[in-house]
Design a binder for this molecule. Structure first.
Ligand code: SAM
Ligand code: DTB
Ligand code: SF4
Length: 352
């Protein structure tokens, strides 16, 4: 077995054995695999936007947007296309290469599809990669999104099949696998991962990774979220996960899905810089960037860019054709500016 080989026959025992390695051995192995597939000093940068917020009919126990719980969230209708495009443009100017649009839906309604398809076309025309997460998809809906040019579809398995029923009762694990299958059939890239720290056992965390790695094709993007505990949700008081457990999961994900981007996703605001650095060392090579996730907060863009500078990390460039390269240069310049903004005083304010 070489570090570059992609496997789809992982057993729970093998995954557990990786997880139980001494921490330094596990990180060394993950970093070795990482270097065989990626530039170790590049991290992909995505920005999220909630295009439809709250009042979701599903009962996901972690989610502030579920209509089953009172989290004090202000619900919103589907955002106007112009607003979405303006946010995408701002994200691009701050250095994001992918724009991810999320809706608090069980699945997209027929009446909403034309708007969603238009958002994809317009965001794509800005030169950004596009990603959406809209809930379950039928085969025909997946095809419509793919035809409009959607690059990635995010749909998480969230946890192991065994623990799943403790977290969500309004849709099954199989429903989720079916949606992932429809996304693949339509030719889109898959973004699929889960949440750690929901009160699951270590075996559930490992079980999720085995599910993901044994899909017919590894998801191109694997978001590993640390639960953001939101007041009013059933998981608001769940016990914190040991940070080393989380870092180990990142490392095992990197080893089992060597060519996938592993995203250090929700929960970064609760992590210090040292923990995030260890996650990058363990093979995480993607983040959500921008001060908001969907409804909860994320680190400020300039503090992320400062962290990147401290660690010598560069934002990964999007795959592009030659004519787009100039635009990319402008983005790199914007990122540099973002990272050094704190060094300059605002002359207009000084004189006021
Ligand atoms: N409604 C769609 C769905 O569930 O497929 C899309 C949006 S949903 C908010 C996308 C993902 O966000 C969920 O699958 C879950 O993994 C993640 N998520 C939601 N609330 C979270 C929280 N409090 N902490 C961490 N991750 C969370
Ligand atoms: C994913 O795995 N994490 C993102 C994205 N996919 C859509 C969402 C995180 C949401 C965190 C809670 C919130 O901000 O509402
Ligand atoms: Fe709805 Fe998605 Fe939240 Fe579940 S995770 S309640 S489906 S928005």
């Amino acid at each position: 077995m070489t570090a570059t080989e992609l496997r789809h026959d992982w057993t729970l025992q093998e995954a557990r054995a990786l997880f139980e390695l001494p921490f330094n051995d596990l990180l060394f192995r993950a970093q070795t695999v990482h270097r065989a597939h990626f530039d170790p000093n590049e991290v992909q940068v995505s920005t999220l936007l909630s295009i439809k917020t709250g009042a979701c009919p599903e009962d996901c126990k972690y989610c502030p947007q579920s209509g089953h719980y009172n989290t004090g969230l202000e619900k919103e209708k589907l955002l106007e296309i112009e607003k979405v495009v303006a946010e995408a443009r701002a994200a691009r100017e701050k250095g994001a290469s992918r724009f991810c649009m999320g809706a608090a839906w069980r699945s997209p309604a027929r009446k909403d599809m034309p708007y969603v398809l238009d958002m994809i076309r317009q965001v794509k025309s800005l030169g950004l990669e596009t990603c959406m997460t809209l809930g379950m998809l039928e085969e025909s809906q997946a095809r419509e999104l793919a035809d409009a040019g959607l690059d990635y579809y995010n749909h998480n398995l969230d946890t192991s099949e065994k623990f799943y029923n403790h977290i969500i009762t309004t849709r099954t694990y199989q429903d989720r696998l079916d949606t992932l299958d429809n996304v693949r059939k339509a030719g889109m890239k898959v973004c699929c991962g889960g949440i750690m720290g929901m009160g699951e056992e270590e075996d559930d965390r490992v079980g999720l990774l085995v599910q993901l790695a044994n899909l017919p094709q590894h998801p191109e993007s694997v978001p590993v979220n640390m639960l953001v505990k939101v007041k009013g949700t059933p998981l608001e008081n769940v016990e914190d996960l040991d940070p080393f457990e989380f870092i180990r999961i990142i490392a095992v994900a990197r080893i089992m899905m060597p060519a996938s981007h592993v995203r250090l996703s929700a929960g970064r605001e609760q992590m210090n810089e040292q923990m995030q650095a260890l996650c990058f060392m363990a093979g995480a090579n993607s983040i959500f960037y921008g001060e908001k996730l969907l409804t909860t907060s994320n680190p400020e863009a300039d503090s992320d860019m400062q962290l990147f500078r401290k660690l010598g990390i560069r934002p990964e460039q999007r795959e592009q054709c030659a004519t787009e390269e100039q635009e990319e240069d402008a983005i790199v310049e914007a990122v540099e500016h973002e990272a050094t903004r704190h060094l300059f005083y605002d002359a207009t304010r000084e004189s006021a």
